[in-house]
Ligand binder design. Structure first.
Ligand SMILES: *Cc1c(COP(=O)(O)O)cnc(C)c1O
Length: 234
């Protein structure tokens, strides 16, 4: 809107205050929530602006855009692949990402493992869960997660670090809370099974619309785009 100047600095500060508030509200004061600035469609200068104000994690949902940003901004910051990942694109991002949030099928796991092995690295991933079972979204169904996890634990060059979900775009608080609670409980259930080589550290849930609720329900990694950079025009 004309006349309204978006200050990336102010926006980040507001989010950080809201993170603290949500942690306090849920009795988790002092715990850490990682803020991933979602930079899809955002140009390099505006991203640099965000980096000046403390952002160190950025999230992209397209391979080509992640590569572009990596080539401009280098490896001083952490790149998160948060979107659907095609198997034939794995090779383009394999050495560039701190975390792939969208592991949702065995063919993808195989390719990530194979490419990681070639590079002599271990790639860290989250399993994407379609908690609400929306037809338009990718991700495992809740009842598929355990079997899939056990399949993935076999791969030496993949390390599962937690779970991710994208909540439906609704403003109904109880619906959202239920989704976040469900994923939190699943994480705790998996943790209690004490799988070897598995540390369920991250729960990646919460976006501009719902990150405070997500934190109150146990999230420790939020992916925020428009509340930092303004509305995307696409
Ligand atoms: C775009 C996107 C976000 C950020 O959405 P905002 O509503 O702009 O905060 C978070 N997660 C994923 C997977 C996305 O694609």
């Amino acid at each position: 809107m004309e006349g309204i100047k978006i200050s990336i600095q102010d926006n980040i500060q507001i989010i950080e205050e809201n993170i603290e508030k949500a942690l306090r509200k849920s009795g988790r004061e002092g715990e850490k929530v990682e803020l991933i600035a979602v930079t899809k469609t955002v140009d390099i200068n505006r991203i640099k602006n965000a980096l000046d104000y403390g952002i160190i994690n950025i999230g992209e949902n397209r391979v080509q855009e992640l590569e572009l940003k990596y080539n401009s901004l280098g490896d001083k910051i952490n790149y998160h692949m948060i979107g659907h990942l095609q198997t034939n694109k794995v090779k383009n991002i394999i050495n560039k990402t701190r975390l792939v949030h969208s592991l949702d099928r065995l063919s993808l796991a195989k390719e990530i493992d194979r490419r990681s092995k070639n590079e002599g690295i271990v790639t860290e991933v989250l399993l994407q869960v379609n908690v609400a079972e929306e037809e338009t979204k990718f991700g495992l169904k809740l009842n598929e997660v355990l079997n899939f996890l056990e399949d993935v634990l076999v791969f030496d060059n993949i390390k599962v670090r937690g779970l991710m979900t994208i909540a439906p775009h609704v403003n109904h608080e109880e619906t959202l809370r239920n989704i976040f609670k469900t994923l939190y409980n699943l994480k705790e259930d998996i943790k209690s099974r004490n799988y070897k080589e598995l540390s369920m550290d991250y729960l990646s849930m919460g976006m501009s619309n719902d990150y405070e609720l997500a934190i109150e329900e146990g999230s420790n990694m939020i992916r925020v785009g428009s509340n930092i950079f303004g509305k995307r025009n696409y």
